[in-house]
Design a protein around this ligand. Structure first.
Ligand code: FE2
Length: 285
C-alpha cells in the first residue's frame, strides 16, 4: 500500500499523494449517500460556514456538531434576509463532523483496514478518529481556504494530528486543489489555537495570526479521483477558490493519538456517551 520511500517522503514533505486509494464503488456510494443526507436536511437548523474564518464564531450549531451529521452552507448562497438563493445541493459547503461514526456507508470507508495499515505505517500507535468532513467546493462559488495548519483546529499535546484527504473527484488547480508548503511541518507548530469558550456556545482563536509563512512556496497537490492525500497536522496548506464549472468533492478524516492530551478547550468535544473511537479496535475487513 505504501513504500518506504513514500513514508520517507511524507516525513520529509509533510504531505503525500497516494493514487487509487478508493475504489470506484466506494466513491459512488459516498457520493450517493451524501446526496441523500443533503436532500433530507432540514434547512431550519442551518449554519453558514465561512471558509476564510474557518467557521462562523458564536455558533452553537457548529460547536455541537462533533458527534452529529450537520450541514454547513456557503456564505454567498444566501441573500441579506438569509434566504437561500440556489438549490441546497448547489449551496452546501460541507457536512461534518461525525459521518465516520454515524453513517454506515461513511463508517465502512473510514474504518477500512487499509486506512489502519496506513496509520500504522506512518507511526501512529493508537489513533482515534476525531472528525470527518465531506467538502463540496462548489463550482464557481466554492470558497478559498486560507493558509493554516490542521493542528490549530485539532490540537493535542504533543501534536499528533494527521489528515486523510480523499479525492472523490479530480482535484486540480482549476477547481481549487490542496496546496502545501513542503517541509513546513518541520518547524515548530505555530502557537495559535481554535478554542471553545467556557460558555460552550462560542469559539475563539487564541494566539496571533501567523505572519512568517511564505505562501510563494506553496505547491499544488493535484489529486485524481480516488487518491488519498496524507497531510501532517503542522503542514501549512490552503486551497484557492473554485472558479471552474466543476465541483471538487472530497472526504476528509482526521486522526490523533489516543495517548496525547486532548484539551478541554479544544472546539471539538464529544459527550461522555459518544467518545472518539479507536481506529485499531474498529477496523473492517
Ligand atoms: Fe486543513
Amino acid at each position: 500500500m505504501i513504500s518506504k520511500e513514500q513514508i520517507q517522503q511524507f516525513h520529509d514533505q509533510g504531505f503525500l499523494v497516494i493514487p487509487d486509494f478508493l475504489e470506484r464503488d466506494e466513491i459512488m456510494q459516498l457520493r450517493h449517500r451524501i446526496s441523500s443526507i443533503v436532500a433530507d436536511f432540514n434547512m431550519e437548523a442551518v449554519s453558514v460556514f465561512s471558509t476564510t474564518e474557518q467557521t462562523k464564531t458564536s455558533d452553537a450549531y457548529f460547536i455541537d456538531s462533533g458527534d452529529k451529521i450537520r450541514c454547513f452552507f456557503e456564505e454567498d448562497a444566501f441573500d441579506d434576509k438569509g434566504t437561500l438563493q440556489r438549490p441546497k445541493d448547489q449551496a452546501i459547503n460541507k457536512v461534518g463532523h461525525a459521518l465516520h461514526d454515524l453513517d454506515d456507508v461513511f463508517q465502512r470507508v473510514s474504518y477500512k483496514k487499509e486506512l489502519g495499515e496506513l496509520a500504522h505505517a506512518l507511526g501512529m500507535e493508537d489513533p482515534i478518529m476525531v472528525q470527518s468532513q465531506y467538502i463540496f467546493k462548489q463550482p464557481r462559488i466554492g470558497g478559498k481556504v486560507v493558509a493554516h495548519q490542521d493542528s490549530t483546529f485539532i490540537y493535542t499535546d504533543p501534536p499528533s494530528c494527521i489528515g486523510f484527504w480523499m479525492a472523490l473527484e479530480d482535484a486540480t488547480m482549476e477547481n481549487g486543489c490542496l496546496m502545501g508548503i513542503p517541509g513546513s511541518h518541520l518547524a515548530p507548530l505555530h502557537p495559535r489555537r481554535f478554542t471553545r469558550n467556557p460558555d460552550g456556545q462560542s469559539t475563539t482563536f487564541v494566539g496571533a495570526e501567523p505572519k512568517d509563512w511564505d505562501l510563494q512556496q506553496m505547491v499544488p497537490l493535484e489529486a485524481k479521483r480516488g487518491s488519498l492525500v496524507l497531510l501532517h497536522g503542522a503542514c501549512v496548506h490552503m486551497s484557492l477558490e473554485n472558479r471552474s464549472s466543476s465541483s471538487r468533492h472530497a472526504y476528509i478524516i482526521h486522526m490523533v493519538e489516543h495517548g496525547a492530551d486532548w484539551p478541554a478547550d479544544n472546539w471539538l468535544q464529544r459527550p461522555a456517551n459518544t467518545p472518539f473511537n479507536k481506529l485499531y479496535d474498529l477496523l473492517k475487513n
